[in-house]
Ligand binder design. Structure first.
Ligand code: SF4
Ligand code: SF4
Length: 288
């Protein structure tokens, strides 16, 4: 790892447990569209790539996002990381790239972070790298298309909608290739895995081995949170004990993130602290 990346890692609250009590991150919700349908997602809510179900209060344009960052930076001096995590899939929205370019130019001291379902990652890995992104999270819930088919309702790929195993395998191929490319470029990849006890729990150890073999730096196993109005609304999430057991078992193969707070797509502050309400409307000319 080069010295600059090592330095950024020291102050990234999500990739480094030591940093999460000291340094803040901010998400800007500039990416409303999504290119897949996860069975646990109700589009009224934030993307589960990085966030628990909770309404994002606003979608910002790239310019509004940059204005808000300037405002927040003054009030939150320990802000180190700027993440784009939704509310849809960042890579399905050109606004993500516009925002990254603007932030890179205006606030080069911020560490850039993007979270995606991975479908469009192979074609965008170089572009993200060129924009200065060194931290990428890929949410990947299965390394087997038959299991993936139970988790993903549909995948929109090159203008056509695919379902079942066909859709899941297109997504899977891209996720794996995307992780490999980002790791090869020298980015630090976090794999987020949503644990759905009745579907993928037994398969997760194999999935962890797979992403690790492709170069993922850290793995974050998130609990399914059943949301009303989704196909998984009646499904149960794992108990904390079940999740801990699984993480303990997987920690033999990969570094585990254990301090995740499943923050919103417009989260601001330390992990575990949500100051998004305080800054609602900033950048929109409503509160700044
Ligand atoms: Fe929802 Fe995110 Fe899945 Fe898209 S990738 S369907 S926004 S959880
Ligand atoms: Fe990056 Fe995810 Fe942390 Fe946001 S929550 S800063 S997208 S790793």
């Amino acid at each position: 790892m080069n010295a600059d990346l090592e330095k950024a890692l020291q102050t990234h609250p999500c990739y480094n447990e030591e940093a999460h009590r000291k340094y803040a991150r901010m998400h800007v919700p500039v990416a409303p569209k999504c290119n897949i349908q996860c069975n646990y997602c109700n589009r009224k809510f934030d993307c589960s790539n990085e966030s628990r179900p909770g309404v994002t209060s606003e979608v910002l344009s790239p310019e509004q996002a940059v204005a808000k960052i300037g405002y927040v930076k003054e009030k939150v001096p320990n802000l180190k990381v700027l993440g784009i995590a939704g509310p849809g899939d960042p890579l399905a929205n050109e606004e993500t790239f516009e925002t990254l370019a603007l932030v890179k130019e205006k606030y080069p001291d911020l560490t850039l972070c993007v979270s995606t379902n991975g479908l469009a990652l192979p074609e965008n890995a170089d572009r993200l790298y060129g924009l200065g992104v060194r931290f990428v999270t890929v949410t990947i819930n299965a390394a087997d298309a038959a299991i993936g088919a139970e988790i993903y309702g549909s995948v929109l790929w090159k203008g056509k909608r695919y379902t079942g195993e066909e859709g899941a395998s297109i997504l899977l191929e891209n996720q794996l290739e995307g992780i490999r490319r980002c790791a090869d470029l020298g980015m630090l990849v976090k794999a987020n895995i949503v644990m759905v006890p009745d579907i993928n729990a037994d398969h997760i150890p194999d999935l962890v081995k797979k992403v690790r073999s492709l170069g993922a730096y850290i793995v974050n196993i998130l609990p399914l949170i059943p949301v009303e109005g989704t196909r998984f609304q009646d499904m149960r999430g794992p108990t904390p004990e079940e999740r801990k057991r699984l993480m303990d078992a997987c920690s033999v193969d990969a570094r585990m993130m254990r301090h995740c707070r499943q923050c919103r797509a417009d989260a601001i502050g330390l992990l575990g602290e949500d100051r998004s309400g305080e800054f609602a409307g900033c950048g929109l000319g409503k509160g700044d």
